[in-house]
Design a protein around this ligand. Structure first.
Ligand SMILES: Nc1ncnc2c1ncn2[C@@H]1O[C@H](COP(=O)(O)OP(=O)(O)O)[C@@H](O)[C@H]1O
Ligand SMILES: [Mg+2]
Length: 376
């Protein structure tokens, strides 16, 4: 059984609708209930800032600061994490001036980058905004997959941003008509190395998730069949040196075409994640809304389990409005599955009654107008 990562304290200042909030947690799951607009998702978002990136809303950081506050926001948390007890602080300082970036302090000491959060905990989430994942644009699915990869392979983010940068240079040269073969060749070689590494990391994640899914057993949440489409569809099992050569040749051969298109038409930035409902043998986008939600839950649970297996620590799960569209049987099964992962989960809803079957396994909090009350 994986060890638990848990938050014991969370303090916010000027975070969304919270001027100040302070909350003690006892290590159990956390159920947040309250009216629409009370601040439940905001609280989850605050916890999501304990992972690198822009949080579960993919927010513009300056939008996070409370309207009417003079400057930045802070999120402080005490966490019993992968390196023991740690105090984490993050936020932005002011909103005027140049580009804002999120600061991080670990035990009071400034950290070089928010990537260092992954030494202490991993945070995964599922929100209603993700409901359209299977029917929406490929970019959303690709980003979703990349987050999954990133949680087990922190170098993935760096590879992706280096690839983007190289691709922009190539696009610029092509659009300016500068077909300098040695310059373009060097950029394309770099893109090939990074692009194949990205594709391989994604493929590996899908392989791991698929292995887990066959062990998923009898749950109401199907673990989906996953595949990548849109970039080197065939033969990803060949040696990566060969794949790199192929991709470099594709880029070279595609210069005139890409110059005309104004962008690079082949690459890992065009890949799509294909999801199928195994039992129904049907593409996810053709499944019913409820079936899509079940698939998504199955996917996130499988990923949580994978993270726990691979790191030895069960991740913190943020499950926003998770119970809303589930019948009672599925709800009870879901809470049991979540609990069996062995981590601390945060769940929200408007109706506390929906979480009744969690019983003593959860701490119940009521959120209203930027305030939080412990109902114990
Ligand atoms: N930067 C901000 N400053 C102040 N209020 C904000 C800010 N961003 C969002 N809000 C408000 O926070 C409220 C609560 O949002 P949310 O947490 O999504 O509610 P819910 O409890 O329904 O999940 C909303 O009324 C929203 O307008
Ligand atoms: Mg909400």
């Amino acid at each position: 059984m994986a060890e638990k990562i848990s938050l014991s304290r969370l303090n916010l200042t000027d975070f969304r609708n919270y001027a100040e909030a302070s909350l003690r947690l006892d290590g159990r799951h956390v159920v947040l209930t309250g009216e629409n607009g009370a601040g439940k998702t905001n609280l989850m978002e605050a916890v999501s800032f304990l992972s690198p990136g822009r949080g579960l809303r993919r927010a513009v950081l300056t939008d996070v600061s409370r309207v009417g506050a003079s400057g930045g926001f802070t999120v402080f948390a005490d966490v019993d994490g992968m390196e023991g007890e740690v105090s984490l602080g993050t936020g932005i300082e002011g909103i005027d001036g140049e580009a804002v970036s999120r600061r991080l302090r670990i035990n009071g000491t400034p950290a070089r980058s928010t990537e260092e959060l992954t030494d202490h905990l991993s945070v995964l989430w599922l929100t209603p905004a993700m409901d359209g994942l299977f029917t929406g644009p490929a970019g959303d699915r690709r980003r979703f997959l990349d987050r999954l990869v990133l949680s087990l392979d922190p170098a993935h983010g760096r590879r992706a941003s280096d690839f983007e940068r190289a691709m922009r240079s190539r696009n610029r040269l092509l659009s300016e008509g500068r077909f300098d073969p040695s310059w373009l060749g060097a950029i394309e070689a770099q893109m090939a190395g990074l692009g194949i590494a990205m594709a391989a990391a994604r493929q590996e994640m899908l392989g791991l998730l698929s292995k887990l899914s066959s062990a998923n057993g009898e749950t109401p949440f199907p673990t989906p069949l996953l595949a990548l489409r849109g970039f080197l569809d065939e033969g990803m099992d060949r040696p990566s040196a060969d794949l790199e050569d192929d991709y470099r040749a594709m880029l070279e051969a595609g210069r005139t075409r890409d110059a005309a298109a104004g962008r690079t038409l082949d690459g890992p930035h065009r890949a799509d994640l294909l999801v199928r409902h195994r039992e129904k043998d049907m593409e996810a986008e053709r499944c019913s809304t409820g079936e899509q939600k079940a698939l998504l839950i199955g996917l996130v649970l499988a990923h949580a389990r994978l993270t726990a297996d691979m790191t030895g620590y069960a991740p913190v799960l943020l499950l926003d409005e998770i119970a809303a569209h589930l019948d009672e049987g599925r709800r009870i099964a879901l809470f049991d599955l979540i609990d069996a992962l062995g981590g601390q989960s945060f769940m929200t809803g408007t109706d506390r009654q929906m979480f009744a079957s969690l019983g003593e396994r959860a701490q119940f909090l009521t959120v209203s107008h930027g305030g939080i009350r412990d109902d114990a």
